[in-house]
Design a protein around this ligand. Structure first.
Ligand SMILES: CC(C)(COP(=O)(O)OP(=O)(O)OC[C@H]1O[C@@H](n2cnc3c(N)ncnc32)[C@H](O)[C@@H]1OP(=O)(O)O)[C@@H](O)C(=O)NCCC(=O)NCCS
Length: 281
């Protein structure tokens, strides 16, 4: 019999098994972050007591992101994904969330469309091994963020994404303080970048900023992580970021479809140089 219940830290092994089966990149730390950011906001599907599916939600005021929709291959196509998403949406509706968003894979799209999500934008996932920089640094000075930069980065993020993702940015910065890089003075921050390790690649992002800061932050990441395999989720509209990743030899391996349900959130994707991955946006 199928049951759906809130996901806890004890269910992370189920999540990790499904991530590995799907070939996704998330580590235990990603599950912990998602569950910590939204206690009671993740759900696990059980078939006769065995975990076979997951979904997480992360709420930022009136906006929420849904992520980690995974169903065991052996049980797909029998309504488990629909049941998980329905439960997640019921929970968000009960909390008064107005806009629900997600970045969909082709496998998820038909279900989401059926549940009222509409396509809003696309992001191209670039992957590859970073070769050593060619000695051409970005035009702006990039430095490691200090404490006063955190609030400035959160404000910049809020302005560009139309969402107060402060809890997420704070958590990512806490987890990887050395990976928190900025351009500009904290009073006038022009851009920031965060990154984190993954199962098969380092996820570079979020990276948000203006036309000077974005390329400089990406160039800085390139030299810091030279030799590593990386992933960048780049909005298709950010042509300059796409070109930069292409010039580094990274390949666009798949497209993620950003979808929304409810009032569209006003975000300026031209200021996103790399998205933040599954938590979201
Ligand atoms: C996407 C995923 C979670 C769907 O889970 P699922 O349990 O198979 O989904 P359901 O059985 O509830 O199907 C829901 C809908 O998806 C569509 N669907 C499911 N399997 C399908 C298939 N083989 N071909 C076409 N459409 C299909 C149908 O529209 C179905 O609607 P229906 O209920 O009217 O039949 C699952 O395929 C999965 O884990 N994929 C790998 C990870 C992934 O890509 N996750 C999505 C991230 S955005």
């Amino acid at each position: 019999m199928l049951g759906i219940r809130p996901m806890t830290i004890e269910d992370i092994p189920v999540g990790r098994r499904l991530v590995a089966q799907a070939g996704w990149n998330q580590l235990e730390a990603d599950w912990r972050r998602l569950l910590d950011l939204q206690p009671g906001g993740g759900f696990v599907a059980e078939l006769d007591g065995v975990g076979v599916g997951t979904v997480t939600t992360c709420r930022f005021g009136p906006v929420a992101w849904v992520a980690m929709m995974l169903v065991d291959e052996a049980h797909r196509g029998s309504g488990i994904g629909r049941a998980l998403m329905t439960r997640a949406l019921e929970s968000l509706d009960a909390q008064g969330v107005s806009s629900v968003r997600l970045d969909a894979t082709p496998l998820g799209r038909p279900l989401y469309e059926d549940l009222g999500f509409v396509a809003e934008a696309t992001l191209d996932r670039h992957r590859g091994i970073l070769s050593p920089a060619d000695g051409t640094p970005g035009e702006a000075r990039v430095r490691t963020a200090g404490h006063p930069d955190l609030e400035a980065a959160i404000a910049l993020d809020r302005e560009a994404t139309g969402t107060d993702r402060g809890r997420l940015i704070r958590r990512l910065a806490d987890e990887q303080p050395d990976a928190f890089r900025v351009v500009g003075e904290s009073g006038r921050l022009r851009g920031f970048l965060l990154s984190r390790p993954g199962a098969s690649a380092r996820q570079i992002g979020p990276c948000l900023g203006d036309d000077l800061a974005g390329p400089a932050l990406l160039a800085d990441a390139r030299s810091r992580y030279a030799g590593e395999t990386v992933i960048l989720d780049i909005p298709t509209v950010n042509v300059a970021a796409q070109a930069l990743a292409g010039s580094w030899g990274l390949r666009a391996e798949r497209v993620l479809l950003r979808m929304g349900r409810g009032p569209r959130v006003a975000e300026d994707l031209s200021r996103t140089w790399a998205g933040s991955g599954p938590e979201k946006g």
